[in-house]
Design a binder for this molecule. Structure first.
Ligand code: CTP
Length: 200
């Protein structure tokens, strides 16, 4: 299969030297890309700025912002059989990018943010034959929220993650599909990646 994986954070510019982002390392998406490659699939990895090197043997497409990631994914969507959206896409971006470097002033600064497009929802609306997997990081009511996301975003599976996973080696995951839920307690990111590729 041709598999597209997104990974890492996105970076939303405030001015020429500052940006909003998250602490996503890209590790989970890179593990899935490597597992899909090892299973013999043709893999494209679209990823935001991360400190890690992407795995060998996959087509790499580095991007910066959520809008860049959206364009890179949509450009390739018709040609792929499955998309796994692991990227921690920023939900908001600064309304405008300030040219140069903003000087500080006295008092507070109101930075206005606008919503970024939801890439996974857009894929859910446009899909023809593609299998779609999303991730959800839920602090509470995980299964119910994951099920709601599955329907709202029009995907086939949601991988449920908890805030405890960030930076951890093993964690409790679950894969929620319309058929039910598979709990994967005490699982490494590499082992989860193999399960997700099997699901595809
Ligand atoms: N996602 C996306 N585009 C966005 C935001 C998220 O494609 N602009 C994808 C992520 O890659 C992930 C899933 O959607 O697969 C995460 O869903 P989301 O609703 O963003 O989860 P949360 O960030 O936990 O959202 P909320 O705060 O609404 O629960």
């Amino acid at each position: 299969m041709r598999v597209l994986v997104t990974a890492g954070p996105t970076r939303e510019a405030i001015d020429d030297v500052r940006f909003l982002t998250s602490g996503s390392t890209g590790r989970m998406g890179f593990e899935i890309a490597a597992a899909a490659r090892d299973a013999g699939h043709d893999v494209t990895l679209v990823f935001g700025p991360v400190p890690l090197s992407p795995p060998d043997g996959v087509t790499v497409v580095p991007v910066v912002s959520a809008l860049d990631m959206r364009a890179a994914v949509l450009e390739r969507f018709d040609e792929v059989d499955a998309v796994v959206m692991v990227a921690a896409v920023a939900d908001y971006r600064p309304e405008e990018r300030i040219e140069g470097k903003r000087k500080k002033a006295d008092g507070p600064w109101d930075l206005r943010l606008v919503r970024n497009p939801d890439i996974l929802s857009e894929l859910g609306r446009r899909r023809t034959h593609q299998f779609l997997v999303g991730f959800a990081l839920e602090a509470e009511n995980g299964e119910a929220n994951a099920r709601a996301k599955l329907e709202a975003k029009g995907c086939d599976a949601i991988v449920l993650d908890s805030p405890a996973t960030v930076g951890a080696d093993v964690s409790d995951f679950a894969i929620v599909t319309r058929d039910g839920i598979e709990h994967l307690p005490n699982t490494t990111k590499a082992a989860l990646a193999v399960q997700i590729v099997a699901l595809l």
